[in-house]
Design a protein around this ligand. Structure first.
Ligand SMILES: Cc1cc2nc3c(=O)[nH]c(=O)nc-3n(C[C@H](O)[C@H](O)[C@H](O)COP(=O)(O)O)c2cc1C
Length: 123
């Protein structure tokens, strides 16, 4: 069930019009892994086919899903947010197929005190 009936038409229109500005990329964020409504796959495909330049996808990705979505052509690049907080060496971990420290809990984001951004276990 879409958030509103015209949602696909609106984003199709926007992504086509953004072509005429020749902007470098659209960063398409799906915050469903943080509790927001899911961005439907069809809508992502629609934006992909309307917009000619780079599409960056993000939201709840791990390496496997990132590889899959790139292979399927859903986007050109995948952005990682929270995994970088708890894994500052994220790229190296991906390359070496090392385990990741889990995402930080939302209670530790924008919080005061010592616990949070810099004290995640590196092993
Ligand atoms: C501490 C923090 C700050 C963020 N600030 C912004 C922001 O200012 N603008 C924005 O569009 N997204 C922001 N995000 C969302 C991220 O860009 C990303 O879309 C989100 O974390 C989902 O990706 P992830 O599952 O890889 O973390 C923020 C996320 C975190 C954890």
């Amino acid at each position: 069930m879409p958030l509103y009936p015209e949602i696909e038409a609106v984003y199709k229109y926007l992504s086509e019009k953004l072509n005429s500005l020749d902007i470098a990329y659209i960063h398409l964020v799906d915050h469903s892994s943080m509790g927001s409504p899911v961005v439907p796959q069809e809508l992502k495909k629609q934006i992909r086919s309307s917009f000619k330049n780079t599409i960056i996808l993000s939201g709840g990705y791990d390496l496997e899903r990132a590889d899959k979505d790139i292979q399927h052509g859903f986007g050109d690049l995948i952005a990682f947010g929270r995994p970088f907080i708890s894994n500052p060496d994220l790229v190296e971990r991906f390359k070496k197929n090392w385990n990741l420290t889990g995402n930080p809990g939302s209670e530790l984001l924008y919080s005061d005190g010592e616990e949070g951004y810099t004290d995640y276990s590196l092993f």
